[in-house]
Design a protein around this ligand. Sequence first.
Ligand SMILES: [Zn+2]
Length: 280
Amino acid sequence: MRKLSKLKWLILAIVWCGFTDQENEIKATYLANCGFLYENDKSKILIDPFGTEYGKFFYLPSEKTKWNIIKGNAPFNKIDLLLITHIHGDHFNAILTESFLLNHSKAKMICPSQVYKQMKDSCSSFAKIEPQIISPDLSMNESKRIIINDFSVTTIRMQHGTDRRLEGLSNSDYTEYEKTENFGYVVHFDKKNVFHQGDGCLRINDKALKNIDCPIDIAHLSYFDWDSISMEIVKRDLKADNVIFMHGTKPAKELDSEQFQGVKPQIIFFNQELESRIFD
Ligand SMILES: [Zn+2]
């Protein structure tokens, strides 16, 4: 009898640990470029899923994946929040976003005012989706914490990176200090915090990064930050446990650089669309 009761306790403990672990878990699914789905057992957050431009330089989500996101096919069902970092065509498309919000009527969206304005100017059903859109007016380096259902999001206005050029996009469109409104986001899940900077360059955003007052579980190195200086910021200032690579280029010459080779062993790579990983 006594043995049985011990066994019961053991089973209960194992089941309890299982539940606890699941509560701590964040699953990240890679779409393409800076596009990810982050989820825990309660909430699903999509970020920058609708890239359609600059496919010559960057990887974009496939038409099939974009269709599944808009239609809400698993794993893109019951999305709580869509986050858009900035207006550039490798991160955002107004018409696809409109279709998404119409189909996901319970989903909210956070975006910079430039994105909001483009949707207002180009979406025929804007009046219907407008209540779903949150667009805080933030000056450079300002932040705002927004509560959504079971989680909250710190939205931080960051300077878009300035030291790379793209054919077909005027340099001045994104290098001038105030011209491209880029939002970085810290998603505060129950037990874990995820930071995504969009095209914000960590090295020139030290004031903006001061808004982050919690340790980060998942951070990213991106197009403007692929070196040991950026890795130090991520590890020392953000205290990030996991660092995911994003916004890789074609043909990925950055991976061969000496600077990158130094930090490569500390970075997590997603190579395939819809590849996912659980962080516990
Ligand atoms: Zn950009």
